[in-house]
Ligand binder design. Structure first.
Ligand code: UD1
Ligand code: CA
Length: 459
């Protein structure tokens, strides 16, 4: 069985943040969640996360994994030891990976596991070469070019410091051999920490088989320690994902100003204009036009739909629809096919059936709007009395005149007609017209008299 231990107990001092480091986001998803998702995609069945700093928050935000506490951060070896009770009995391979390396791809994780399993090594270390290896543990090989040991920057001598092959902090271990070797490490080193990397030396002395798996792409192994690296990771991941979408037939008019999260799905021939930020579990159909300056989060868009200069979250829009400019759909708003949602229309928790239209300046909250309804300019569902929220239902083919207030809870029947400017407080029956406004009175000649009075006064 493949299992993984994710090290995420450290404070991340250099982030200068109240938030635990691993919860900082790269394209809308926490670094830790990236690592977990990449492990899952490589068929890792069991994932254990070691937490310490900000443990409570990490537990709240991350689902579907096991957690182990490391109350004092005494080093990476000490961190792994905290999982001994959970893992020691198991055979199979344990990957140890850091929670702050969100760019390691599932393909690389997969290759690491296969390499490790095929070579029957007790440890396989993922390494890379860097022009400037400062700060990283160095990979020291013997005359036969075999992995000999890993030395930390602070413990290294001059010859060791000159080595450019570094430890990325990702490993595959034979589970039993790992815990056996961990029993023998100490903290006799420059940092007074229990180093996980010392198990290499111990296994080497026991003449176990060790492997160093070197990858070319050192972007993938970027460990995020500060906000500079966080921005760098966002840039690298953005580039990688944008390229994937373009290869799959999506036009990105300006990839540099387009931000697409790692779980987003986009159909062929969709065009994304600049300034768009598309995150979470968003799915966009084919032949859509999105943007410019559009933000989609956890939103599903059908085919042939246009969304311009708008913000949509946790919502759905059907096929052949138009949204925006300047619309805001949120909190489980579900719109059907061929809907038209125009400028300055906000919808919250609203169902908006096929062919319905709200073309200008409206708020629809907690509403169910039937097919082919026309919502006039300035219509407001008055869903909140300061304490509770209430529903508005509008039947098929209803026409709601401009600037009507619908005081919820209220039902407008099918084919109902609400006169412009009405404040509707009672249900409107099917096929009825509701007029709920003061009757107009015309005072003939009054305006003229008024004007004359003002002009004489001002002389
Ligand atoms: C570690 C490696 C180093 C490697 C580098 C790659 C060791 C001794 N050194 O160094 O060879 O080049 O990673 O980035 O392992 N953590 C805990 N508990 C602890 C200590 C750390 O959970 O007690 C976690 C941290 O939150 C972090 C990860 O382990 O996610 C790595 O720890 P860090 O202190 O950053 O190790 P490095 O000094 O960078
Ligand atoms: Ca680190």
């Amino acid at each position: 069985m493949r299992q993984a231990l994710v090290l995420a107990a450290g404070k991340g001092t250099r982030m200068k943040s109240q938030l635990p480091k691993v919860l900082h986001e790269v394209l809308g998803k926490s670094m830790l969640q990236h690592v977990i998702d990449n492990l899952r995609a490589a068929d890792v069945q069991r994932i254990i996360v070691i937490i310490g700093h900000g443990a409570e928050l990490v537990e709240q935000k991350i689902a579907g994994v096991e957690f182990v506490y490391q109350t004092q951060q005494l080093g990476t070896g000490h961190a792994v030891m905290q999982a001994e009770q959970l893992l020691a009995g198991d055979s199979g391979t344990t990957m140890v990976i850091c929670g702050d390396t969100p760019l390691i791809q599932s393909e690389t994780i997969e290759q690491m596991f296969s390499h490790h399993e095929q070579s029957q090594a007790k440890t396989t270390v993922l390494t890379t070469t860097m022009e400037n290896p400062t700060g990283y543990g160095r990979i020291i090989r013997d005359e036969q070019h075999q992995l000999s040991y890993i030395v930390e920057q602070k413990d290294a001598n001059e010859a060791e410091l000159a080595v450019c092959e570094i430890n990325t902090g990702t490993y595959c271990f034979d589970n039993k051999a790992l815990f056996h070797a961990l029993g023998q490490i100490d903290n006799n080193n420059a940092q007074g920490e229990y180093y996980l990397t010392d198990v290499i030396k111990i296994m080497r002395e026991a003449k176990e088989r060790l492997e160093a798996y070197c990858i070319q792409d050192n972007d993938e192994t970027l460990g995020i320690n500060d906000r500079l690296a966080l921005a760098q990771a966002t840039g690298l991941l953005k580039e990688r994902l944008n390229k994937k979408h373009m290869i799959q037939g999506v036009t990105l008019v300006d990839p540099s100003s387009t931000y697409i999260g790692s779980d987003v799905i986009i159909g062929e021939d969709t065009i994304i204009y600049p300034g768009s930020v598309i995150l979470g579990t968003t799915v966009i159909g084919s032949n859509c036009i999105i943007g410019p300056n559009t933000q989609l989060t956890n939103t599903v868009i059908g085919n042939d739909t246009h969304v311009t200069q708008s913000v949509l979250s946790d919502s759905r829009v059907g096929n052949d629809a138009t949204v925006g400019p300047y619309a805001h759909l949120r909190q489980q708003t579900v719109c059907g096919d061929n809907v038209r949602i125009g400028n300055f229309v906000e919808m919250k928790k609203t169902q908006f059936a096929d062919q319905a239209k709200a073309s200008h300046l409206s708020y629809l909250g907690d509403s169910v709007v039937g097919k082919n309804v026309n919502i006039g300019c300035g219509v407001v569902t008055v869903n909140y009395d300061g304490h509770n929220k209430y529903q508005t239902q509008i039947g098929e083919n209803a026409f709601i005149g401009c600037n009507a207030n619908l005081i919820a809870p209220v039902i407008i029947g099918d084919n109902g007609y609400v006169a412009a400017g009405s404040t509707v407080t009672k249900d409107v029956p099917t096929d009825a017209l509701a007029v709920a406004r003061a009757r107009q009175e015309n005072k003939l000649g009054y305006a003229k008299r008024l004007r004359e009075r003002f002009t004489t006064k001002n002389k």
